[in-house]
Design a binder for this molecule. Structure first.
Ligand code: AMP
Ligand code: GLY
Length: 431
């Protein structure tokens, strides 16, 4: 098969790395890719959200399958454009990507089909939002309806703070168009985890769980980021909880999307709050998580190309076994440019990545990297490397990640030193 992968992050490097291992992968292109992806795919200079140019490339190069990494091209209808050309796409149509693209759409769907989630209201008028906030508990969550790069969520500690956040969003100050409509939600107090399931429009196939760390600094402090590290599986996951997630959240959502005329194809990434052992949906994403994808690919044993192709062509039911993952858990520690998620320097030189080859079961996935004219590895983005390892337990995986980080020489970067702390603490307490 000839495959085009869309995106340039750590998620896409992990996908490229796994796809390239398939015997069935005759050619792998990545648009636009990064300096790490170059080692397993041919990078093509097309922006990840230039959907017409991506469609044209796929047509001109006899691509059999397009794997769409990020949400922006999904919401812009890349899967629809490819379908019109009879090119298979792993990723939902624009209509189905609304599960991620509009928080109001997701909440209304949950309400209509009894999918457990936080109570909410949708508003485009500040007066009505203010009225609603005053009737809630002091702690409420205010969300921009549209895509805001993971930053459109404010957990307000008081009504004043919530009203100020609502005003900021609705005026267009904080998130532009994405905030023209908002969702105000009840605050859920529990433990968070992420669950991933594949879908082909008709059939659902369980994938696995992961947990990420969204805050920039140790102790889950500091500003929200795209994710500073992750591990898989999530330490709270049990067969009973997985069953509840599949039966109460994922399967009803798949059925609801089909009933609404927009069946979901691709990967459904559920952000879940576990309250008293019951899973409640926080949000859906219509793509793999980053860095959750890195740790899931490190654990995956099945042929990724075969699975994604089956999802794209509606034949998941024909796969003769469930997706297989290794016993060993995996961890990813993200190295980011100093200053991230606010402003940071670009083109700083990173050395020593090749010296990490001696560390067992370790892969350094690249995100915002490029080669300078003189051949140095430099950063061109905020999140730059995803140092990923598996081990017999999370403690061992962690040791490998931080050993590799000690080898990498990048004075202009930083990482969190406590990735996996909740899981490691729970393991310690369990003896
Ligand atoms: P989202 O972008 O919807 O995933 O929200 C970002 C983060 O905000 C989530 O990962 C949660 O930690 C938190 N969050 C979102 N909604 C709620 C809620 N209703 N209650 C508590 N925390 C929430
Ligand atoms: N790491 C969170 C996300 O990909 O949305």
């Amino acid at each position: 098969m000839r495959v085009l992968l869309v995106g340039s992050g750590g998620r896409e490097h992990a996908l490229a790395w796994a796809l390239a291992q398939s015997d069935n992968c005759a050619a792998l292109y990545c648009a636009p890719g990064n300096a790490g992806i170059e080692s397993c795919a041919e990078c093509v200079d097309i922006a990840f959200d230039d959907v017409e140019a991506l469609r044209d490339f796929a047509k001109d190069n006899q691509i059999d399958l397009v794997v769409i990494g990020p949400e922006a091209p999904l919401v812009k209808g890349l899967a629809d454009l490819l379908q019109a050309e009879n090119i298979k796409a792993f990723g939902p149509s624009a209509a189905a990507a609304q599960l991620e693209g509009s928080k109001g759409f997701m909440k209304d769907l949950c309400a209509k089909y009894d999918i457990p989630t936080a109570g909410y209201g949708r508003f485009s008028s500040l007066d009505e939002a203010t009225e609603f906030i005053k009737q809630q508990a002091p702690r409420v969550v205010v969300k921009a309806d549209g895509l805001a790069a993971g930053k459109g969520v404010i957990i307000a500690e008081s009504h004043e703070e919530a009203i100020a956040a609502a005003e900021d969003m609705l005026s267009g100050n904080s998130f532009g168009e994405a905030g023209a409509e908002i969702v105000i939600e009840e605050f859920l107090d529990g433990e968070e985890l992420s669950y991933f399931a594949l879908a082909d429009g008709k059939t659902m196939m369980p994938f696995t769980s992961a947990q990420d760390h969204k805050r920039a600094f140790d102790g889950d402090k500091g500003p929200n980021t795209g994710g500073m590290g992750a591990y898989s599986p999530a330490h709270m996951m049990t067969p009973e909880l997985e069953e509840k997630i599949l039966k109460r959240l994922i399967e009803p959502t798949m059925a609801a999307m089909a009933a609404e005329g927009c069946p979901f194809t691709g990967v459904l990434f559920a952000g879940i709050m576990v309250v008293d052992n019951e899973p409640l949906l926080i949000e859906y994403n219509a793509r793999f998580g980053d860095p959750e994808c890195q740790v899931m690919m490190a654990r995956l044993q099945s042929d990724l190309l075969q699975i994604l192709d089956a999802a794209a062509q509606g034949s998941l039911a024909d796969l003769n076994e469930p997706v297989r993952f290794g016993e060993d858990p995996a961890m990813c520690v993200v190295m980011a440019a100093n200053g991230y998620p606010a402003s940071y320097e670009k083109n700083t030189v990173i050395k020593g990545v090749e010296n990490t080859l001696d560390v067992e079961d370790l892969t350094v996935f690249h995100a915002g990297t490029a080669r300078s004219a003189s051949g140095d590895l430099v950063n061109v983005g905020g999140r730059v490397l995803g140092v990923t390892a598996s081990g017999k337990d999370l403690h061992e995986a962690r040791g490998k990640c931080y050993r590799a980080i000690d080898i990498i020489e990048w004075p202009d970067g930083f990482c969190r030193s406590d990735i996996g702390w909740r899981a490691l603490k729970a393991a310690e307490e369990a003896g």
